[in-house]
Design a binder for this molecule. Structure first.
Ligand SMILES: [Mn+2]
Length: 123
């Protein structure tokens, strides 16, 4: 079997980073790709509550990812919000809803939609 593609959201992950990683793992697995959701930071209280409520396991924490590894980014696209050696990883896809500040010297799948929750908003 091919090596696992790692899927992860931004540093200091919030609920949408963790949940979109889990959902993307499910989608990629259903599409036939050996992919695994991981996180690059500690799970916060809100996310823990959501995972417990939904009876979902915490996704594993990774401190480092080997250079050259294939990855999928969710909920972020800026290198400053990603894992330290992001420039040395092979990004296959980006699925995000933030302002774009992304450049890659190769083709990849990039999907962004301006979706958000309006908390404390009058809109
Ligand atoms: Mn987020």
């Amino acid at each position: 079997m091919e090596e696992k593609v790692l899927i992860f959201g931004h540093k200091n992950p919030d609920t949408d980073s963790i949940c979109s990683s889990i959902i993307m793992q499910d989608l990629e697995n259903k599409l036939g790709r050996n992919a695994k959701a991981v996180r690059i930071g500690k799970i916060n209280k809100e996310t823990k509550y959501v995972l417990d409520y939904l009876k979902l396991e915490e996704i594993p924490y990774v401190e480092k990812i080997e250079d050259g590894k294939e990855v999928i980014l969710v909920d972020h696209n800026e290198s400053t919000q990603s894992i330290e050696n992001i420039e040395n990883l092979k990004i296959l896809k980006v699925i995000d809803h933030h302002t774009m500040n992304f450049k890659a010297p190769y083709q990849l799948y990039y999907r962004t939609e301006p979706v958000r929750m309006y908390c404390n908003s009058t809109i």
